[in-house]
Design a protein around this ligand. Sequence first.
Ligand SMILES: [Zn+2]
Length: 338
Amino acid sequence: MRNALGLMLATVVSAAVIAGVWFWTSSPRADAAPQTVAARKAEPLPAAAKSKDDVEVTASLTKPAPPPAPAAPVAAKPVCANPDALGVSRTVIIDTTGGPGFGFLQYKQFDFLTEKEVVLTFDDGPWPTTPAVLKALADECTKAVFFPVGKHTTYHPEILRQVFVAGHTVGSHTWSHAHLDSKKMTEAQAKEEIEKGFSAVKMAIGAAPAPFFRFPGLGHTQPTLAYLGTRNISMFSVDVDSNDFKSSGPDQVIQNVMTKLDKQGKGVILMHDLQKHTATALPTLLRRLKAGGYKVVLMKAKVQLETLAEYDAMLVKDLKVPTVASRPIASVVQTAQE
Ligand SMILES: [Zn+2]
């Protein structure tokens, strides 16, 4: 009897989910609008809802919410424990079609930040210093965009997974941090650096990365920009460079950022989660941003990047792991009980 009830409940939930997916896929979208950057209010992180019979409804299928399923409790809004937190003032969804660029140092097309708005970005991880960066961000209930190096994700996949699970946006910063504007770099090698970097991120986080890319040393070329355009990958430059990699200590990182920011008023801030000084400086830096009236904007992609199978396979071969290892962790290991 209990089994029969469970089956009925599961059927109802499935029907609700299917209806939700149908609604989502058949809803008219504002795709035709030429505006590339669509701002919208910060959305609460959709928590997985569980019915009393443990029928799990995944976050992706519940967005937007399907017709309410009976017995499914209302998902609680995540609470920030710090009432004075810096937080996230708004989340913007980026349509990366054609590869729009951000950061006025190199790309001046899309001036979407208003006065006092900043985007926090971190390059070169994941690294053992990254968890301290994550903690500082979590303590301030704020979010950032990460540009990991492919090779580093193979050393510390679990750290990148923490970045992803915490709700930060994860793009890529090439496979091996090669400078793509080097004279020795062929087009095929540049393509491999870009694609394998994204494949490595996907392997680590078990999900498609955001089509957000930052050139190592900000070294772009016309062919690589054109290639990213064909892949609908956005490139990120910088407005405020922390110069953390050549700072003498945490205080200098803070001073670099605040001095430039107070002069420019807003912008994409470049930092490195691999730098110890940055990890140490971050709690104070985030407090200074809050005190200075700055607001954090989180950038997310409208559509995630589909990695190329050829490069996923190349990565698996390079790492000399069985092909099955390329399966996302979540499809292999599932928590049955906590
Ligand atoms: Zn870098």
